[in-house]
Design a protein around this ligand. Structure first.
Ligand SMILES: Nc1nc2c(ncn2[C@@H]2O[C@H](COP(=O)(O)OP(=O)(O)OP(=O)(O)O)[C@@H](O)[C@H]2O)c(=O)[nH]1
Ligand SMILES: [Mg+2]
Length: 246
């Protein structure tokens, strides 16, 4: 039986999807199985593989499974912003980001929420704490790229976070309320970096929680080189803008 959330705080798990039909059913079931009081919002960018139909079907089973379909544009950053604005119109205390492909273990959700309950404004599910790399099944190139990307971002921006590109996050509501999303231009990894950078500039407390990240086993990756170059040049722009204006 699913455990019940003992706290009074309502959590929303936002899962962005783009053609995740092979994962969507099991990821939703896994999240509700961890805690039946969570709410889930799927933000889908008009998947053509049947993901949307599966979610609609599951809405008959789960009362607090919500679906937003974006038809005009694509992009992870914009999908998350759509989800954040949706959450802020409702009474959620904690808003979480999680991938659909099981790279993020739903079992870690309570640990992220707990870090916020203990005082963090932003809890990051971190693959690289204290120079330890907790990644399963990545090829060497991907590992090196991601690890040095994190080092690079830390060096350029000065942010005291090891895993700056992480996408497994719990935000306290007030962090999202403090950010003007019309000023966020990035998508992909740069979006994840920018959110952390903005939170840090605003003096929110950030806590990294060690997680083990497992490479996807089903479905296909949406990562491409434009996302990487956006991140490389994006952080430099971000740093200079951050020096002059929050
Ligand atoms: N709504 C929306 N979701 C997206 C988009 N791109 C990726 N996603 C979702 O965002 C999550 C992370 O995307 P992935 O393709 O797994 O990216 P990644 O984890 O960096 O790459 P892999 O390691 O290959 O899995 C998954 O749930 C995707 O379905 C997009 O443009 N729009
Ligand atoms: Mg993935």
């Amino acid at each position: 039986m699913a455990k019940q959330n003992s706290s009074m705080h309502q959590a929303l798990i936002i899962i962005p999807t783009l053609n995740e039909v092979e994962n969507i059913n099991s990821i939703i079931a896994a999240v509700f199985n961890i805690d039946a009081t969570y709410h889930i919002l799927i933000v889908d960018d008009n998947s053509t593989d049947g993901t949307i139909q599966v979610v609609k079907e599951l809405q008959n089973t789960y009362k607090h499974l919500y679906l937003e379909i974006r038809t005009k544009e694509r992009g992870l950053g914009k999908a998350y912003i759509h989800g954040f604005l949706w959450a802020l119109k409702r009474k959620y205390d904690y808003v979480l980001e999680m991938d659909a492909d099981f790279s993020h273990n739903p079992k870690d959700l309570p640990r992220l929420i707990n870090a916020c309950e203990q005082g963090a404004d932003l809890a990051i599910g971190s693959r690289y704490i204290n120079n330890k790399i907790n990644v399963i099944n990545w090829d060497f190139k991907r590992l090196i790229l991601s690890y040095f990307a994190s080092k690079y971002v830390k060096f350029v921006t000065g942010i005291p976070v090891f895993d700056t590109t992480a996408g497994f996050i719990c935000y306290k509501r007030r962090v999202l309320e403090s950010i003007d999303f019309s000023n966020i231009r990035f998508t992909g990894y740069a979006f994840q970096i920018e959110m952390k950078f903005k939170a840090w500039l605003r003096n929110f407390s950030i806590k990294e929680v060690a997680i083990i990240f497992t490479d996807r086993t089903k479905g296909t990756s949406k990562l491409d080189s434009s996302i990487i170059s956006e991140a490389i040049f994006g952080v430099i722009k971000m740093k200079f803008k951050g020096l002059t204006k929050k």
